[in-house]
Design a protein around this ligand. Structure first.
Ligand code: ADP
Length: 321
């Protein structure tokens, strides 16, 4: 490997810049040339590619978002697009590529490896929904952002004896919701992966809580379950208790990355470059059972992940009754 390309793809996540920095600095230290590719596979296909040096990533480790920007690219889903992507790599001399993103981005990386470009994936998503790894870059920052926002909502909802329903991100995965349920001390958490109580059960619980003198109810709703506004309207209509929906939305994707995100980003970025230097391709870097490792992309994509039953159990145990 002589020249390593790096791109961020799919949804952005805090800590992506720390990965880019680690990739660039490790590659340079290994005597490689580094090319930054803007806007994911879309920038690869349009040749939006530039040489990066150590200074290109100065002042990046603490910044949210991604300095390389990100995009989704339909054309890259076609074999023609993937062939053109490999040709574009050749034009710029890129013989190794680091792709920071989620499962969709890894599928693209696998296709590019198939076209002869050595590729390594790094899990970057706030959703924690990548099966081969216990950690994905961005999750810790997103959970902390959601936790702080929910603490604030809770303060005011207690003052007014309101019920609050807060919808957190995660797409089809409930990890952010589960964590917020535990760390914010919610009365109820709705997750897409498991069976939840019914809306009628919830309404009875809210009424019971009121009888017991509870001053507020905090309900966390995962994006993958949804229906937050409708549920709030229904609770208020039936119980007469003022109920406010809040959809936290994209604020969860921004912000300066936490120490945990910067640390994993640095370790995984360096690991990806070292794998390329060892001649490896079609691998995903993972953090599993306390160790950094790597998996074949196809094997990684075939793995399945589910909400840890014990975490759900503890979340339920700690709900006030
Ligand atoms: P994420 O990486 O966060 O899962 P997406 O699923 O949107 O995000 O994927 C990001 C990009 O990866 C897509 O816009 C597309 O360019 C590429 N990609 C996704 N799936 C495939 C696929 N099956 N084959 C080739 N490229 C893909």
């Amino acid at each position: 490997i002589n020249t390593i390309g790096v791109l961020t793809s799919g949804g952005d996540a805090p800590g992506m810049n720390a990965v880019i920095r680690a990739v660039v600095r490790t590659a340079l230290a290994r005597g490689k040339k580094v090319m930054g590719i803007r806007k994911g596979y879309s920038g690869l296909l349009s040749g939006d590619i530039f040489e990066m040096d150590s200074r290109s990533v100065s002042d990046a480790i603490q910044r949210g978002g991604t300095i390389l920007q990100t995009a989704r690219c339909k054309e890259f889903m076609t074999e023609e697009g993937q062939k053109r992507g490999a040709e574009m790599c050749q034009v710029f001399g890129i013989d190794g590529l680091v792709v920071i993103g989620g499962d969709g981005s890894f599928k693209g990386a696998e296709r590019l490896a198939h076209q002869g470009i050595n590729t390594i994936g790094i899990p970057g998503t706030i959703d924690l929904d990548i099966a081969c790894t216990d950690y994905t870059i961005g999750f810790d920052t997103a959970v902390n952002t959601a936790m702080e926002a929910i603490d604030k909502i809770r303060d005011t909802s207690t003052s007014h004896e309101r019920c609050s329903i807060v919808e957190v991100m995660g797409r089809h995965a409930g990890y952010i919701a589960l964590w917020c349920g535990i760390v914010n001390g919610a009365e109820e958490v709705f997750l897409p992966e498991v069976e939840n109580i019914t809306q009628d059960d919830l309404i009875r619980r809210i009424l019971e809580n009121k009888k017991k003198g509870k001053k507020h109810n905090l309900i966390i709703m995962a994006e993958g379950v949804g229906g937050t506004n409708e549920l709030a309207e229904k609770i208020q209509r039936i119980t007469g208790i003022e109920t406010r929906p809040t959809i936290l939305g994209h604020l969860q994707r921004g912000g300066s990355p936490s120490a945990l995100d910067r640390y994993h980003a640095s370790m995984m970025g360096a690991a990806a470059v070292d794998l390329l230097c060892e001649g490896k391709s079609n691998r995903v870097v993972a953090f599993k059972n306390g160790e950094y490792m790597d998996f074949d992309i196809n094997e990684a994509l075939a793995m399945e992940k589910s909400i840890p039953p014990r975490a759900r159990e503890v979340e339920r145990l700690l709900e006030s009754r």
